[in-house]
Unconditional design. Structure first.
Length: 257
């Protein structure tokens, strides 16, 4: 029954078997501790294995160099642009000078959204509505972006993975050489997370995951699959619709809740 629930929530079934196998092994092999009953022992093992599964410690973004270039990738509809605003506000509150760069040249609304987000957060936003080559847009502003501590880059999303999207991401990865490639996934993504994560990781090398919409009923099973595929830890979680609703991900606190 537990495995069935995991599969429905988007956790790849192989990962569930791997997890339950390790829990069973430890439960059988580890000696009982005086004062801890069998139920408490199992709960402790499950807690520890889930924490290990989610990366154990917080994974922070290294901001020692300047500028730190953070490229955001993910499909359309996962809340990528809103997450960019949340991330910009999070860094701004910590004293960093942040800029946004809009490289989604396929949807005019995407440029509007990233500019609006920039105004809301109070950070500089660089866009070019006339240019349809995202690499050229980056080159246009490259020198000016060096004046900032952190540059957060919006890239194109699609309703589904496509050849032209993949080629564009690969081209931007080579041109920009980001310090972080963060995959944005929705908590309710389900089994599709695995294939998306594999392709994005192949294209640009995912360094971290941000899970959005964790304020709903979904519990981010798909995001766990994404992390497993890319060996990248969850770095932030979106816990609401407001620009302040972003938290650094702490595996121990998450599993405890």
């Amino acid at each position: 029954r537990r495995i069935g629930i995991g599969h429905a929530d988007g956790v790849n079934v192989d990962l569930v078997f791997e997890l339950t196998k390790e829990i069973k092994r430890r439960a059988l092999e580890e000696k009982d501790v005086k004062g801890i009953n069998p139920r408490e022992k199992i709960v402790k093992i499950v807690y520890e294995e889930l924490v290990k599964f989610l990366g154990e410690e917080k994974a922070e973004i290294n901001v020692k160099k300047k500028p730190v270039k953070i490229m955001m990738v993910g499909l359309y509809g996962v809340g990528k642009t809103t997450t960019i605003g949340k991330l910009a506000k999070w860094f701004t509150h910590r004293g960093y000078k942040v800029a946004l760069l809009g490289l989604d040249v396929h949807r005019p609304a995407a440029i509007d959204q990233v500019e609006q987000i920039g105004k809301q957060v109070g950070v500089k936003c660089f866009t070019n509505r006339k240019e349809k080559n995202p690499g050229k847009i980056y080159s246009e502003f490259e020198d000016e972006l060096k004046k900032f501590d952190i540059v957060i880059i919006d890239t194109a999303g699609r309703d589904a993975l496509s050849k032209d999207l993949i080629e564009e991401i690969e081209s931007l990865e080579k041109r920009i050489k980001p310090d972080e490639n963060l995959l944005v996934v929705s908590a309710d993504i389900g089994q599709a997370a695995r294939s998306q994560a594999e392709q994005f990781h192949k294209s640009c090398g995912i360094t971290g995951v941000i899970v959005t919409k964790l304020d709903g009923t979904a519990r981010a099973g798909g995001a766990l699959s994404a992390c497993n595929v890319t060996n990248a830890k969850i770095k932030f979680v979106g816990i609401g619709e407001k620009l302040d609703d972003l938290e650094e991900f702490n595996p121990k606190g998450f599993v405890s809740r």
